[in-house]
Design a protein around this ligand. Structure first.
Ligand SMILES: [Zn+2]
Length: 566
């Protein structure tokens, strides 16, 4: 079985997705993570299309990578000039990157309608460009753009573009489904045909997910003879995204028997997927195959007890293999064993005696009660842990609340100001804090953290990464009169956790979820647990401008100075 190469395009193609943007520093963190994961090639973009890329390539030149090679990406020369006079190719030739991927046209439709070059000129553009870079000592990969559509229109011409690249020195011919509309049967057929026509050159596959088949198309291409797979972490990319390299890696290794990573590297898959989402400030898809938080979750009581008896009953792989874990969801359905297990995982001791039995009973009763009010603990693992801690007497409150209030004022021009005031007690001291924010939750978050980060410096790293509101229809009312359930996802760079709150007032429900998010982090044994003595050395910016997604710009003025001790 031939060795399959992994090629990551997150930093180039992935950035084409809506709202995708990373600083050069963040891109460097992605590169380090991909190197650790063991990806062979990392496409970093075009070396000087803008100052940001220039800075990135400057920093990449100094990086020592163990497993990965950096690839510079560019286009074949323009029509009507020579390769030696083409500005883009000169930039690629001058880049430190030992490898270049050149994208060129392989579909007659694009040659005639987009480039408006003759078919012969397009072949010369490909051959000249590849030969030029190979002559400057670069290894060259050729991305055949719109290959599958082009092959259908004119197979001979599509193959001629590949031959032109190969004869000029391209080491990989990458077949691209640029519009992403192909289906697996056709991809298999075309890759096999190319394999037969050009048996001496290694083939790559680059797919987009417009037909929902990007991963499937990649896998069948490998079955048909492609040995390089291209994709992006979590499938990010323009429109419906690129092929998801995370899923592809797991499928290749665990289902198809290709050894693309070591076992240790494979166990970093979940970590890698979550770090990229974290850097992009987007909530991870809980249902993502292999690495999602719910990927190995079991809800029904029968499933949960089956999994405990033998994981093979309801799990397609062992979650640890990809660095994920089993999540036993709590709900009215789930059994008592699931609660014992969750309590143990959280380090809450409940001995299997009568004491343990009453604990489980109390927790179940409480869950039932709260679910009736509209709470749902699926995905709100942190709120559930706090619930268990309260029942077990292992709960440490952050503070004692006296009151909070939020003022929202909009003037005639539409300008909105939000201000929150919190009155609370900590160690018999009373604190009154006022802060502004770009919304009620943000203002409450700021005021609360101004009050408590002095005692809990670990909370400065906590960011609110997602905030969702759901209206629940109840017997009391519907629409804006309904009960609301708020869900907040928080992260601190190492882990993410979910919390929830329910109430008739959306700000009050948000407050519950917000307090849970911070309290979870400071419980005994957790990273943010209380310092023995407050040192007041909290980092600058400790007023905790949480980048809450829903509140837009995080550039609110933080007054944060309304502290008074009485
Ligand atoms: Zn692409």
């Amino acid at each position: 079985m031939s060795k399959i190469e992994l090629y990551d395009a997150t930093l180039r193609d992935g950035m084409g997705g809506a709202g995708m943007s990373l600083t050069a520093q963040e891109k460097l963190r992605v590169v380090a993570k991909l190197d650790e994961l063991g990806v062979g090639y990392i496409e970093a973009g075009f070396p000087s299309s803008n100052p940001k890329e220039l800075e990135l390539f400057g920093m990449l030149a100094d990086q020592r990578l163990r497993h990965s090679q950096i690839v510079a990406f560019g286009m074949t020369r323009r029509r009507g000039t020579s390769a030696t006079k083409d500005a883009g190719l000169a930039v690629l030739a001058g880049s430190f990157a030992p490898l270049c991927t050149l994208v060129g046209k392989s579909s007659v439709l694009h040659v005639e309608k987009v480039v408006r070059a003759s078919r012969r000129e397009n072949l010369a553009m490909i051959a000249d460009s590849v030969a030029f870079l190979a002559g400057r000592g670069k290894r060259v990969f050729f991305d055949a753009e719109h290959f599958f559509d082009g092959f259908t229109l004119d197979a001979d011409y599509a193959l001629a573009t590949l031959r032109a690249a190969a004869e000029a020195g391209a080491e990989r011919l990458v077949l691209c489904d640029t519009n992403g509309g192909s289906l697996p049967g056709r991809v298999r057929e075309v890759v096999a045909a190319v394999r037969d026509a050009l048996p001496e050159v290694a083939l790559g596959i680059h797919t987009h997910n417009d037909s929902g088949c990007a991963v499937a198309n990649t896998l069948v291409a490998v079955e048909a003879g492609a040995t390089q797979v291209q994709g992006t972490i979590n499938g990010i990319g323009e429109r419906t995204g690129n092929a998801n390299l995370i899923t592809i890696i797991a499928d290749l290794q665990l289902k198809m028997g290709h050894r693309v990573l070591t076992a240790k590297q494979l166990a970093r898959l979940t970590d890698t997927a979550r770090l990229i989402d974290e850097l992009l400030n987007r909530a991870s898809d809980p249902s993502q195959p292999y690495v999602g938080r719910h990927a190995f979750a079991h809800k029904a009581g029968m499933h949960a007890s089956g999994v405990r008896a033998d994981p093979a009953t309801f799990e397609h792989i062992a979650p640890e293999v990809v660095g994920n874990g089993t999540e036993l969801l709590v709900s009215e359905l789930s059994g008592r064993a699931a609660i014992t297990e969750k309590a143990a995982a959280a380090g809450i001791a409940v001995a299997g005696d009568a004491g343990g039995e009453t604990f489980v009973k109390r927790v179940l009763a409480r869950v039932k009660e709260l679910e009736h009010e509209g709470f749902q603990f699926d995905g709100a693992d942190a709120s559930f842990e706090l619930l268990m801690r309260k029942e077990a007497g292992r709960y440490e409150p952050l503070f004692r609340l006296e009151s909070w209030r939020v003022l929202v004022e909009q003037n005639a021009e539409g300008h909105v100001d939000t201000e929150a005031t919190i009155k609370l007690w900590h160690d018999d001291q009373r604190y009154v804090l006022t802060a502004e924010g770009n919304g009620p939750v943000n203002a409450l978050d700021r005021a609360l953290r101004d009050a408590i980060t002095e005692f809990y410096p670990g909370l400065t790293d906590v960011e609110l990464i997602d905030y969702k509101v759901r209206l629940l229809e109840t017997s009391h009312g519907t629409g804006t009169g309904a009960v609301t359930r708020v869900h907040i996802d928080s992260a601190d760079g190492q882990s993410t956790w979910g919390t929830t709150g329910v109430g008739e007032n959306v700000v009050a429900a948000s407050w519950q979820a917000l307090v849970d998010a911070l309290e979870y982090k400071v419980q005994p044994g957790k990273a943010g647990a209380r310092r023995a003595k407050a040192t007041g050395s909290a980092k600058a910016g400790a007023n905790g401008a949480g980048r809450a997604k829903t509140t837009g710009s995080a550039k609110a003025k933080a007054t944060g100075s309304g502290r008074s001790r009485r």
